[in-house]
Design a protein. Structure first.
Ligand code: MG
Length: 269
């Protein structure tokens, strides 16, 4: 050993190697793993998740309750959190614990803008049913006002698959038809991540959506192709990260209740 370190060059090489061995793993750990992985397994310094009161399940007779940290979009009495797409107050029908589309009144949207979110919606199509195909209990949940998750009476009623209930309209048919009968309350639990654009307006992440209808997975994190439309697939154009949520008036009195949102914090690209 004495001979090895006898020269200045050898001592300098040994020192440089030691520094590299100590620093490089640390640098890789920080830059590669990211801040979220700075905690070791079972690290008790990891921040504790907030404690909330979870939602209670809805039944046909009971709309249930939102979780304690949700943004409630309908309080059961009025549409104060909504406005008409045409401008002015939301002119839809409000009943006992629900509201319904008023044919001809036009779409409504939330006053608050939302992007990445968990969304809960309950809806019921008219009973007795009326019409067929797309002309049967048609409405829709427009995420960011642009991406429609179809609301339709698809119970023993056939239409084009990417236009039935739970479809990403015109893009993705649902995995299964999990519809309940007309007049029965149905649930959508939607996990949505909006698109992202570069500062120059280039699309760098498509919107993604997962839909659970009546407790059944119908859309599994599908990549939305762009704004939804009828016989058209528009390209993405740059949008803010958050836009109002809209509900469609398709000339059928579809009922809604127990709508709430939990915003999802930004996640790494
Ligand atoms: Mg629709």
């Amino acid at each position: 050993m004495h001979k090895v370190f006898s020269s200045f060059r050898a001592r300098r090489a040994f020192l440089a190697a030691t520094v590299c061995l100590l620093l490089i793993p640390g640098m890789l750990w920080v830059t590669h793993a990211g801040a979220a992985q700075k905690y070791v397994e079972h690290d008790r310094t990891y921040p504790q998740p907030p404690v909330i009161t979870p939602a209670t399940c809805s039944t046909q007779d009971n709309a249930g309750n939102p979780p304690s940290d949700a943004i409630v979009l309908f309080n059961g009495h009025d549409l104060s959190n909504w406005e008409s797409l045409k401008g002015g107050p939301a002119d839809w029908t409000v009943g006992d614990g629900y509201f319904a589309t008023k044919p001809g009144a036009g779409d409504i949207r939330t006053k608050q803008a939302f992007g990445d979110m968990q969304l809960h919606v309950e809806w019921a199509t008219p009973n007795p049913p009326h019409g067929e195909d797309q002309d049967r209990g048609n409405s829709g949940v427009f995420l960011m006002g642009l991406y429609e998750i179809q609301v339709l009476d698809s119970y023993h009623s056939v239409t084009y698959p990417d236009g039935q209930a739970s479809a990403v309209y015109g893009q993705y048919p649902p995995q299964v038809n999990a519809c309940r009968a007309p007049g029965e309350w149905q649930t959508y639990d939607i996990i949505f991540h909006g698109p992202r654009f570069s500062d120059e307006g280039t699309l760098i992440r498509r919107a993604h959506v997962t839909v659970i209808q009546n407790g059944v997975l119908t859309q599994d994190d599908v990549a939305i192709m762009g704004p939804t439309g009828h016989h058209i697939r528009p390209q993405y154009t740059p949008t803010p990260d958050k836009l109002p949520l809209a509900l469609q008036d398709h000339n059928h009195p579809v009922r809604y209740r127990n709508l709430w949102v939990r915003e999802i914090p930004e996640r790494p690209m």
